[in-house]
Design a binder for this molecule. Structure first.
Ligand SMILES: NC(=O)c1ccc[n+]([C@@H]2O[C@H](COP(=O)([O-])OP(=O)(O)OC[C@H]3O[C@@H](n4cnc5c(N)ncnc54)[C@H](O)[C@@H]3O)[C@@H](O)[C@H]2O)c1
Length: 400
């Protein structure tokens, strides 16, 4: 099978009947800033659950397999990004994360003076007043995160992470809040920013800030905000990080490029995403990775649970929230039948969608066949499908 995916899609002329494109790849600035524009299709980022409104030009997100540590985002990246943050897309976000106070929507959190109930202003979030609602979401998340909660119970007396100064950059959601607060309970000092400009649950960020975590994040950050938040976590008088917890590699990249002295003193990096891991391998190959790094993406719990089962759940949530249409009978092509692809296909099949799969790996292609999916070339179905979902990862030659 030829590894031709989005290139074929991009070559299509603009048409009102163009399929909806759902891109599952990556999560950080890297994937946003490398976005290319297509003249056909409707782009949806699942991690963000944002719908980019139809128009003559739509944005498609690409994995950043070509991204190098030596490069910073370009102006072009900024342009594509700003187009993707439409008012309507922020309005349409209707999850638990939708608790917003429209009266202060216009004011950038960077312009606001906010303090938590203890008088600290060591944070920058959308609205600290949302903290109580965020706390309730965190408490619900805790009920499903028994491993972290039992770790807290077992070890918070000993403070095994005392001395750890962790700078983190992940999605800021109720679940990651449970992680951050566990690290704090075990003795770490944490400063946190968001790895994705859309996915921050503002009320959760507020709850973290109220609890004393130095969090710098809000939903709908600009490119400048994104790097500003990261910088506020790293560049602090009298405090120097000695560990990095990253999802996508942007924070690592920032510290490596801007603060080489801090980077040299880092004791360890934990990287969550396939994209960030790839960038670390590049750095290592170039002999520039002077810090031990842990590849979380390759852990069995990430691959076999997060990538498979979490995407199996979130695909439908993302599609429903952004389109609000029925998927029974819809024709969908899923590009890539890895862990994410398998989860997406299973969920869509269960809804009654007609699912096609493209694959370049013969074993995965055979697995798709054995699971009852039609394995095709994208060019065979691209004109008839309603939805295109890409989950090819970095091996997709920039396609996914
Ligand atoms: N949005 C999310 O919540 C989320 C969660 C996990 C992973 N991801 C992203 O999803 C992507 C896929 O992750 P995964 O764990 O399934 O990776 P994977 O390596 O298990 O699967 C990718 C599959 O795509 C196939 N492939 C590669 N190039 C192709 C091409 N040109 N045409 C057709 N098939 C091709 C590969 O053979 C492989 O089977 C990654 O970019 C990852 O970062 C997103």
């Amino acid at each position: 099978m030829r590894p031709l995916l989005l290139q074929e899609l991009l070559a299509l002329p603009a048409t009102s009947e163009a399929p909806l494109l759902l891109c599952f790849e990556g999560c950080g600035w890297a994937s946003c800033s490398n976005g290319q524009e297509a003249e056909a299709g409707l782009a949806v980022s699942l991690a963000n659950q944002q719908l980019v409104q139809p128009g003559p030009l739509q944005q498609i997100q690409f994995a950043d397999d070509m991204q190098e540590f030596t490069k910073f985002p370009t102006k072009t990246g900024r342009r594509s990004l700003s187009r993707s943050i439409s008012q309507s897309s922020t309005d349409s976000y209707s999850s638990a994360a939708s608790y917003t106070d429209s009266s202060d929507d216009e004011v950038s959190p960077r312009e606001k003076q906010q303090t938590n109930s203890k008088g600290s202003s060591n944070f920058c979030v959308k609205n600290i007043k949302q903290a109580e609602f965020g706390r309730r979401e965190i408490e619900i998340a805790e009920q499903d995160m028994s491993a972290l909660i039992s770790l807290r119970k077992r070890a918070q007396g000993e403070k095994p992470l005392a001395g750890a100064k962790i700078v983190g950059c992940t999605h800021i959601t109720a679940q990651t809040a449970v992680l951050i607060e566990t690290l704090c309970a075990l003795g770490a000092q944490c400063r946190w920013s968001a790895c994705n400009i859309y996915s921050t649950q503002n009320e959760v960020a507020a709850a973290l800030a109220e609890a004393g975590v130095a969090v710098f994040a809000w939903k709908g950050e600009s490119e400048d905000d994104f790097w500003w938040c990261i910088d506020r976590c790293v560049n602090v008088d009298g405090w120097q990080a000695n560990m990095i917890l990253d999802d996508g590699g942007d924070l690592t990249h920032w510290v490596y490029k801007k603060y080489p002295n801090i980077f040299k003193k880092i004791r360890g990096i934990v990287e969550e995403s396939v994209t960030g891991v790839h960038r670390l391998y590049q750095l290592s190959k170039a002999g520039k990775l002077c810090v031990p790094a842990m590849n979380v993406n390759d852990s069995v719990t990430k691959q076999k649970f997060d990538n498979l089962y979490c995407c199996r759940e979130s695909i439908l949530d993302g599609l429903k929230r952004t389109t609000d249409v029925m998927f029974g009978g819809k024709q969908v092509v899923v590009c890539g039948y890895g862990e994410v692809g398998k989860g997406c296909c299973a969920a869509l099949k269960a809804l009654g969608a007609i699912v096609y799969v493209t694959e370049i790996d013969p074993i995965c292609a055979l697995q798709a066949c054995m699971d009852g999916f039609r394995v095709v070339k994208l060019s065979e179905v691209i004109r008839q499908v309603d939805v295109v979902i890409t989950c090819t990862g970095r091996d997709g030659g920039g396609a996914g």
